[in-house]
Every structure is written in structure tokens, then in C-alpha cells.
Design a protein around this ligand. Structure first.
Ligand code: PLP
Length: 417
């Protein structure tokens, strides 16, 4: 072994930090802990029997191709299914050259960072935003600039201010990263008005938009909002998609959509990463979609998550203490909701008190590139059982109540008029 690994690690590798979530999740794995921490789909929705049948059929029919190396761009049959999917969902007509099949969205994020970010490059992200995006961009040395969200998505007035500020320094961000539908972590959906304004600003300041959209299809309520990619229609947007939440994550399959020139660069970058996405998994998912089963799974998943979200919201309404400043989002889809605690409560502290009472969440600060958001937390409702949702919320409510009680008892209370 060399005497000092840090001397031989690249600058990029030194920039990489272990995910706080992964570290905290280790504590939540005790069997007696009810975890609202992970972002896992409900395994009861996995179409195990259909996948088993299709896997055998694919091997018998196309075994030679399915077990072979395949084009880096992705399986043409799967691309055809995705073209049909986007035509149905978004009313857009993509060509195969606009699509790259990836090893799920996390690879899409890494490839995006790989082809666009030089160390020190500014990248704009939401406050909060998906932690895996932060990790991928940091890994390539991005200078992350956070723009706060409100209930309508990223604040466009503050985005404009940041773009102007950078402009005065003769800089511009490499891209603006948004998760506009039922955002991970906050469950917030960006309104159409904001999406249009975002496109205007991106054009005015000549900046790309990266639209990461794993949850769009999982809308339980309300009218769908057109994707930013669709509203733009002019190559300003790179879209990231995945089968992880609409089907299952175990095959690690996703796709990117973008202007052909961007896709070509991403393909070159992917060649040195893994040569190609597995042909076998692509063939199975393509056949699954061709048999019309994908739409059925999505409908089933939506039904399950709608009920679980209802139950979590009803439990929060019933059991949470009546504290000024305590509130939560009511997402119309997706897997998460976001709790805002009174300013003086530190969710990092609360986390350890919650673990002692056998309930877990993810601390909101982990999703803030500037370390803010200490009074926020993310709750997942897709994975826990219904019984655990009710019991877990009861426990969490008690933890918050006890935390406040202890603060009052020690006199650490800010006087209010
Ligand atoms: C916003 C967002 N992007 C990307 C991912 C990565 O998903 P996957 O790599 O499973 O497609 C996730 C996973 O939770 C996510 O929430």
C-alpha cells in the first residue's frame, strides 16, 4: 500500500463525500425501527411473475442478442417503446438519436457531470434538492449554488438574481438542475408558470436546464403539468428518466433525452464508463412494455401510494403536536413529503432522539448544498406498511412533543409577545 492514499487520489475523488443518507440509513436498519428514511418503492408492487415469464421468453427467443454486448446508445426496441411512452405521456415525438439508455438515472447524473463540469464551474441547484445530484456534481468539482424553493418550485426571482450575479463576474452556470415533479426531497411540483419562466431565463442567460424526472408518472391527484423538455422543444433541456420508481429499481435502467449533439457526447462518455447498458435487462423491460404491462404497473403503484400518502397525511394531522412553525407538504404524487419544524428545532438532533424511539427520517440539511435547512426533514411513505405509517407517525409526533417539553423545562424558550 502507498504511504498516503490522499496523495494519489485524484482531485475529483478527494471531492467525493460519502452520502450522509447512506451513513444514517445504517442506523435505521435495526428491525425495531420504523423507517421513513429510505426512498424505496413498495416491493408488493413488483411484477415478479410477469418478469419471470418474460425473462424466460426473452432468453428462448433472443438469447444470443440478450446475452451479448450491445450498442452504447441502447437497445433499439426499448428506444421504440420509450418514443411511444413520451408520445403518450408528453405528446412529443422523439427520434432514437435523442435517447440514451443508462444504468438508471444516477448514471445519467454522473454522465451529465462528466461531460459538462470542470472543477470550479458553477451549477445551480434547488434548496433543497436530490442528494444524489449534489454528490454527482460535487464529484466533478462543481461550485454548487443553491436557489430556494417555495410551494410552486424553484424561486425564479432568486434564480434571476443568481444568474445576474454570476453575469457580473463574467460567469454562467453550466446548467440549472431541477426535479420539477413531486420533488425528492420536498414533494413539491413546479407550476407551469415557473417552468415557462425557467425556460425564458435559461434562454436569456444561455444556460442548459437538466430536468430530472423520476416521479412525473406517479401523479395521484390534480392535472399533470407539461415537462420542461416539452415546453421548451428547442434543445435547451436535458431530461433524465428512470424505470426505478415506475417499475422497479433492481434492473438499474433509465434513459436520457436531449438534443442529438448532447446525446452523442454522453454516448462517448458512457463508452469509457461501462461500454453499454446490459442488453439482457433492456430486452426484458422492452418486452414488458411491448406487452402493455408497464402502464398496468404504473396504475397499480399509483393506487398503492395514493392510499399510503392519505394515511400519512391523516396520521400527521391527527398526532402531530400543535406547534407554531410545524407544517408539512401535501404532495399530489411521488414518494415523499417534507416536514418543516419550528426554526429552533434542529432535525439533526431530533434524528438521534427519534432513533432511540425506533422511528427514522432523513435530515433535511443533507439536501441543502449550503448546509441550511436544519429544521426540515424528509418522510417517505411508499415503503413502510400502512400499520407502520400510523405507528411511526405516532412515535415521531411524541419525539417532537418530548423535545419541545424538554426545551420548555430547561427554560430555553424564546419569549413571544
Ligand atoms: C430525483 C432523483 N434522481 C435520480 C434518482 C436516481 O434513481 P435511479 O438511479 O434509481 O434511477 C433518484 C432516486 O431516488 C431521484 O430521486
Amino acid at each position: 500500500m502507498v504511504s498516503d492514499l490522499n496523495e494519489v487520489f485524484s482531485t475529483n475523488a478527494r471531492n467525493m463525500k460519502k452520502s450522509v443518507i447512506r451513513e444514517l440509513l445504517k442506523l435505521t436498519r435495526r428491525p425495531d425501527v420504523i423507517s421513513f428514511a429510505g426512498g424505496l418503492p413498495d416491493p408488493n408492487a413488483f411484477p415478479v411473475d410477469d418478469v419471470a415469464t418474460i425473462t424466460v421468453d426473452v432468453l428462448k427467443r433472443d438469447g444470443a442478442l440478450a446475452l451479448q454486448y450491445s450498442p452504447t446508445e441502447g437497445d433499439p426496441k426499448l428506444k421504440d417503446e420509450l418514443i411511444a411512452h413520451h408520445e403518450r405521456e408528453d405528446g412529443i415525438k422523439l427520434s432514437p438519436e435523442n435517447i440514451l439508455i443508462t444504468v438508471a438515472s444516477q448514471q445519467g447524473l454522473d454522465l451529465t457531470a462528466k461531460v459538462f463540469i470542470d472543477p470550479g464551474d458553477p451549477v445551480i441547484v434547488g434548496l433543497p434538492t436530490y442528494i444524489g445530484g449534489l454528490g454527482a456534481f460535487r464529484g466533478y468539482g462543481a461550485n454548487l449554488i443553491g436557489v430556494p424553493l417555495d410551494d410552486s418550485g424553484m424561486r425564479m426571482d432568486l434564480l434571476e438574481r443568481e444568474l445576474e450575479k454570476l453575469g457580473r463576474k463574467r460567469q454562467k452556470p453550466k446548467f440549472i438542475y431541477v426535479v420539477p415533479d413531486f420533488q425528492n426531497p420536498a414533494g413539491i411540483t413546479m407550476t407551469e408558470e415557473r417552468r415557462l419562466r425557467l425556460i425564458d431565463l435559461a434562454r436569456q442567460f444561455d444556460v442548459l436546464i437538466v430536468e430530472d424526472s423520476p416521479y412525473k408518472e406517479l401523479r395521484f391527484e390534480g392535472e399533470a403539468t407539461a415537462s420542461i423538455f416539452t415546453l421548451d422543444g428547442d434543445g435547451q433541456v436535458i431530461g433524465l428518466h428512470t424505470f426505478s420508481k415506475i417499475l422497479f429499481p433492481g434492473m438499474r435502467l433509465g434513459w436520457m433525452i436531449a438534443d442529438e449533439a448532447v446525446i452523442q457526447k454522453l454516448v462517448t462518455a458512457k463508452q469509457s464508463t461501462d461500454l453499454c447498458t446490459p442488453a439482457f435487462t433492456q430486452a426484458i423491460v422492452a418486452e414488458f412494455a411491448a406487452r402493455g404491462l408497464l402502464a398496468k404497473v404504473i396504475e397499480n403503484v399509483k393506487g398503492i401510494y395514493r392510499e399510503k400518502r392519505e394515511l400519512m397525511l391523516a396520521s400527521l394531522d391527527e398526532y402531530m403536536p400543535d406547534l407554531p412553525g410545524l407544517s408539512w407538504t401535501r404532495p399530489d404524487g411521488g414518494l415523499f413529503l417534507w416536514v418543516r419544524l419550528p426554526e429552533h428545532i434542529d432535525a439533526d438532533e431530533l434524528f438521534y432522539e427519534a432513533i432511540e424511539k425506533n422511528v427514522a427520517f432523513v435530515v433535511g440539511s443533507a439536501f441543502h448544498c449550503d448546509g441550511s435547512g436544519s429544521n426540515t426533514m424528509r418522510l417517505n411513505f411508499s415503503f413502510p406498511t400502512k400499520e407502520d405509517i400510523v405507528e411511526g407517525v405516532k412515535r415521531l409526533a411524541k419525539v417532537i412533543e418530548n423535545h419541545e417539553g424538554a426545551r420548555r423545562a430547561t427554560g430555553d424558550v424564546v419569549a413571544t409577545p
